[in-house]
Design a protein around this ligand. Structure first.
Ligand code: PEP
Length: 262
């Protein structure tokens, strides 16, 4: 059975000191409990090396919230996936907060996914719809053909274009409806599970069924310690990507515990 995964996206938060305190606390709390769940945190880039050192020899992995494909070059202000590969395990790719500002598009996301895989990092590919439309249609009855080709699925198809079949199991996909991010209005677990199921169909079209089933597909959007269990109860949901609630160690660890199979 594949291991579930809980990843924290700290976004543009924490001072250097707060970041260290937060991971020290996570480390301490993780020592008390044995959890059967993969855990990762994605702090702001400048704290990466220090936090990676603190978390070395723990079960908690560190990642970044974005990085450029390629190795080195004349790109002022950029950090490449190659540069961070030795110091990180995950790279979040195509978060809606970057898509919506034009910092990322289908093409750049696809290049980042391939670069992450080439550099042995786990890409955490974010997809999700911007408006409530999908959910509104859904409650009226069966999903329509139009919905089937909706943006969410296209985003994933584009993100994994040209990815080798053997690499499909290495993907982590995060389904994050934009209207649920940071709003305190999460998608219902059933709704999230249904979309995740259909996202898996996209992976199945790109590889063998068995390989597609090995990839982990997460939900993200206003997950808290109080609602985490309701998502964990559904087998389709292989974990969560957590924003706000990942900034408090005890809250984050409670979410992790909800997804632990032990
Ligand atoms: C996110 O930004 O990836 C996210 C899921 O945020 P929040 O949990 O705060 O809704």
């Amino acid at each position: 059975m594949k291991q579930r995964i809980v990843i924290g996206n700290w976004k543009m938060n924490t001072t250097a000191e707060e970041a260290v305190l937060l991971v020290e606390e996570l480390k301490k709390q993780a020592e008390y409990v044995e959890l059967d769940v993969e855990l990762g945190v994605c702090p702001p880039m400048p704290w990466l090396l220090a936090l990676n050192e603190i978390l070395d020899e723990t079960e908690i992995g560190v990642g970044v919230q974005d990085a450029e494909p390629g190795d080195f070059g004349a790109q002022t202000g950029s950090v490449s996936i190659k540069m961070i590969a030795e110091h990180a395990e995950y790279v979040i790719i195509g978060h809606s907060e970057r898509r919506s500002t034009g910092q990322d598009n289908d093409e750049s996301i696809n290049a980042k996914v391939k670069s992450a895989l080439e550099n042995s990092l786990t890409p955490v590919v974010c997809v999700g719809e911007f408006t409530h439309l999908y959910e509104k249609k859904r409650v009226r009855g069966r999903p329509t053909k139009l919905e089937e080709i909706s943006n969410i699925f296209k985003q994933l198809q584009q993100a994994i274009k040209g990815v080798a079949e053997k690499d499909i199991p290495k993907l982590v996909v995060a389904y994050e409806p934009v209207w649920a991010i940071g709003t305190g209005k999460p998608a219902s677990p059933e709704y999230a599970a249904e979309i995740i199921d259909r996202l898996r169909t996209v992976l199945k079209r790109a590889s063998k069924r068995k390989l597609a089933n090995e990839a982990r597909i997460l939900y993200g959007g206003s997950v808290t310690a109080s609602n985490a269990k309701s998502y964990a109860e559904l087998e389709e949901i292989d974990g969560v990507l957590v924003g706000g609630a990942s900034l408090k160690a005890s809250e984050f660890m409670k979410i992790a515990a909800a997804f632990s199979r032990q």
